[in-house]
Design a protein around this ligand. Structure first.
Ligand code: R5P
Length: 315
């Protein structure tokens, strides 16, 4: 029991917040959230948080703007209610993919959002699998950056796949480092899909570096599945190059637009994701497996509250 630890949830993912509260054996803080007739967010903290160590659980996934605005308003309310320290717990950090000026006259939204969260009054951030690790540096407050990989690998290890039957297929060049980390835990060898992005909605994949896959089992890990274009394209390449079976895994199931239909139709044995984002029933399908990151986040919160190291959680 922690006297001054207060766990609050926005409306983005109350089920995850409830699981974290259960892990910590504390009740969720009482906050009433609603909307004014014009759509603006209304909020009232129903308990005294003066001097408390407050953690606000709110992934900023779809509807991205509503989730983000609600997080900012929650932080503001906690700050004005004299919380001692406010940690924004953001299991999925939206707007992360625009993290540099890769064309003329475009915004860097990852930095803008980091500024907004800090300006609103967050003293710390607890994030998981940021699209690019350097986004940590966009915040002028401490960031603890967790990885879902050990939790996902626990599931794959439970399948007892012989390492010499595994090829970890990196769905693009940007995922090579992640793929190598999985390879260290699961064994196997590495292959890389040559992916080129034509626009936010369109990618093209043609070649496989490190093929053929000789009837092996392909495991594909990405940070997120958004429209499903990247991962389903990579699955097709893996099959075309001789994979016997394909498993797909991602930390963040954004699953927007055609994603669910694409994943349903693709030749995939299982799609393994975390619960960093909530999924509606119509986003789910029979071979979707959701592994929980509540213990990971709960343990990180416990350690941050007690000023203990969180790096222990990386293994
Ligand atoms: C790309 O850099 C990311 O790691 C993901 O591969 C990508 O954002 C997924 O988007 P989609 O599912 O729309 O292809």
């Amino acid at each position: 029991m922690y006297d001054d630890l207060t766990l609050l949830s926005g409306r983005a993912h109350p089920a995850l917040a409830a699981e974290i509260a259960e892990y910590l054996s504390i009740p969720l803080g009482r906050v009433i959230l609603g909307n004014f007739p014009d759509g603006e967010i209304s909020l009232r903290l129903e308990q005294n948080i003066r001097g408390a160590d407050v953690f606000i659980v709110q992934p900023t996934g779809p509807p991205v703007n509503d989730s983000l605005m609600e997080l900012l308003i929650l932080i503001d309310a906690c700050q004005r209610a004299s919380a001692d320290r406010i940690t924004a717990v953001i299991p999925y950090f939206g707007y992360a993919r625009q993290d540099r000026k890769d064309a003329g006259r475009v915004p860097v939204t990852a930095k803008l959002v980091a500024n907004l969260i800090t300006k609103a009054g967050a003293d710390r951030v607890l994030a998981m699998d940021l699209h690019a690790a350097q986004i940590q540096g966009f915040f002028d407050v401490p960031v603890d950056h967790l990885y879902a990989a050990p939790t996902l690998d626990e599931y794959f290890l439970s399948l007892k796949i012989p390492p010499d039957d595994i090829v970890i297929v990196s769905p693009d060049e940007g995922s090579i480092k992640r793929s190598l980390q999985h390879l260290e835990r699961l064994g196997g060898r590495l292959a890389i899909v040559d992916k080129r992005r034509a626009s936010a909605m369109k990618t093209s994949q043609a070649n496989l570096i490190g093929g053929p896959l000789d009837g092996k089992l392909a495991l594909l890990f990405d940070d997120m599945i958004s429209t499903g274009g990247s991962i389903v394209g990579a699955v097709e390449i893996a099959r075309r190059h001789g994979a016997r079976e394909v498993y797909v895994s991602a930390s963040h199931p954004v699953l927007c637009g055609p994603a669910t239909a694409r994943l349903r139709e693709a030749e995939i044995r299982e799609v393994v994701v975390t619960n960093s984002l909530p999924l509606r029933d119509d986003q789910k399908f029979p071979n979707l497996r959701i592994v929980t990151i509540a213990p990971l986040l709960g343990e990180a919160i416990r350690r941050i509250h007690r000023n203990e190291s969180v790096s222990y959680l990386f293994d």
